[in-house]
Design a protein around this ligand. Structure first.
Ligand SMILES: Cc1cc2nc3c(=O)[nH]c(=O)nc-3n(C[C@H](O)[C@H](O)[C@H](O)COP(=O)(O)O)c2cc1C
Ligand SMILES: [Mn+2]
Length: 480
């Protein structure tokens, strides 16, 4: 293992800046709607953003670390297309030989302990137009199993509701829900820490799905794999739950089982608002931070697709490669909100394994709603190439698998109460292949070896883009 910069967001931002991958917003921005509005304009681009001056606050806010796979691959020093294989390799290494976190006496996050708890002093932004308030939505939760003491890491969204209170959204089946249930049965509070401002190693550890990191494992060790060194924690001061030594900010929190208050609405990864509903209340007991912390936030969308989605992809790939002969690659499409539609590339070895791959993929990642399996001559990252396989190879009478009334992701409107239908498309050629399914290819050539002369295409006067685009209606055109 060789230690790298990934354990420290401060070092990461410096590294990004040195490579021209950081946008600094030097003018003052309003944390309510304006900050997210600016971020949305750069979403998916090759740079992250640092908002240096946030109105009413002393600390900057950063976002965008995960919204482009190209940016992420550069940060991790990997090829973009190799990311799922790299991530699943790190998780497999952890499964076989976990490098547990170490508890050290002190760290940057303990530079300042606030004399009183006041969440209003932290620049948590309010993102979308109808969001119910300011959110911590990119911070890592560390909790301990009330029975066994095993640590769990996850990411949940927390809405600020008062100087020292928040409400949290815990989806069905999360390990945090399990811990809260166990605490309730014992008549105890559940303590946890909320660690804001971390790097991708820890973020990925927290986003590793339960299928890859079951409840009896300390998934924080996954961060050690990415960091090239054991993750460092510092002891809790309110409870036995540790904090991340190199986080920017850490909140020590308590949940009293059964206590609920409204949370939401919140613009979610689905492109819809999550509804306002009673959800668990969180009491913030103490705030620690660096002297000059950076608050990390995520606007729902590509950043979640590339974290939950990438981790899901990595896990499906690892499981399929063990269970389905010939699986070459997996991609969770962005049109599928990053984790509702998996496309699997299969080098078929026997008839019937296309459908086998569909079933194994659903089993490997329960939030999926759709699975499309194609041959490995199809570019699974190209929506039109996948559509080509469906249009020419899918047999609608035999190749569509519908499963009704099955558990899915509650945020997806197709799964009210976490129940709905799923569909798999076997868009593979019939096996054994017949000549009519042989794909036509042109010879790959090296253009650099040819003398090419061409002009710049120009629209004829009075035609083309400039003439076609009508001006926006007066007062309209605002993004909603
Ligand atoms: C940016 C981001 C936000 C997330 N928000 C939530 C959330 O609000 N509620 C939730 O239950 N899961 C949320 N997740 C997903 C969980 O963190 C993820 O599924 C994790 O693996 C759960 O951990 P567990 O398997 O230990 O329960 C979010 C993930 C990311 C990356
Ligand atoms: Mn877990």
């Amino acid at each position: 293992m060789t230690a790298n910069v990934l354990h420290d967001l401060g070092l990461i931002l410096a590294a990004l800046e040195a490579r021209g991958r950081l946008i600094r917003v030097a003018s003052e921005v309003d944390p309510v709607h304006e900050l997210a509005g600016i971020a949305a304009r750069f979403e998916g681009g090759p740079r992250a953003i640092l908002f240096e001056r946030v109105r009413g606050h002393a600390f900057p806010v950063c976002t965008g670390l995960y919204w482009s796979r190209e940016l992420l691959a550069d940060l991790l020093g990997k090829e973009e297309r190799a990311l799922p294989q790299y991530v699943s390799g790190c998780i497999r290494a952890w499964q076989q030989r976990p490098v547990d976190p170490v508890v050290v006496a002190t760290g940057p996050v303990l530079e300042v302990t606030e004399p009183t708890v006041d969440l209003g002093r932290l620049p948590a932004p309010t993102h979308a137009a109808a969001d119910g308030g300011a959110y911590f939505d990119a911070s890592v939760v560390i909790a301990r199993d009330p029975e066994t003491g095993v640590r769990n890491a996850s990411i949940q969204r927390f809405m600020v509701t008062g100087r020292d209170t928040m409400t949290v959204n815990i989806d069905a089946g999360r390990h945090l829900e399990l811990y809260l249930e166990k605490a309730r049965a014992r008549g105890e509070s559940l303590f946890f820490t909320l660690n804001c401002g971390v790097g991708p190693g820890l973020h990925f550890a927290a986003a590793t799905p339960a299928e890859a990191a079951p409840a009896d494992t300390d998934e924080l060790g996954i961060a050690s794999e990415f960091h090239g060194a054991p993750l460092e924690l510092v002891p809790g001061t309110v409870s036995a739950v540790e904090m991340v030594a190199h986080a920017m900010i850490a909140l020590e929190c308590e949940m009293v089982p059964g206590e609920v208050a409204d949370e939401g609405p919140f613009a979610e990864v689905t492109g819809y608002y999550a509804r306002r509903e009673p959800r668990p209340v969180v009491h913030v007991r103490r705030i620690h931070r660096r002297r000059a912390p950076v608050f990390q936030t995520i606007i729902s969308g590509k950043e979640v697709w590339n974290s939950v989605g990438l981790l899901g992809e990595a896990n499906v790939l690892a499981l399929l490669q063990r269970q389905v002969p010939g699986v070459a690659d997996v991609y969770f499409t962005h049109g599928g909100c990053g984790f509702y539609h998996a496309v699997v590339a299969l080098r078929q070895k026997r008839a019937g394994w296309g459908k086998q791959a569909i079933m194994a993929t659903f089993a490997a990642f329960p939030p999926l709603k759709m699975v499309t399996v194609v041959d490995d001559d199809v570019d699974i990252r190209s929506a039109s190439d996948v559509e080509w396989a469906m249009a020419t190879r899918l047999d609608p009478a035999a190749g569509i698998l519908v499963v009704d009334k099955v558990f899915g992701h509650g945020l997806n409107p197709g799964f009210p109460g976490y129940l709905g239908a799923k569909v798999g498309f076997d868009a593979c050629r019939p096996f054994p292949f017949r000549s009519e399914h042989e794909r036509a290819f042109f010879k790959p050539v090296d253009l650099a070896r040819h003398d090419l002369r061409m002009g710049e295409p120009r629209a004829a006067p009075g035609t083309g883009a400039a003439a076609a685009i009508a001006p926006p209606p007066a007062g309209g055109g605002a993004a909603m």
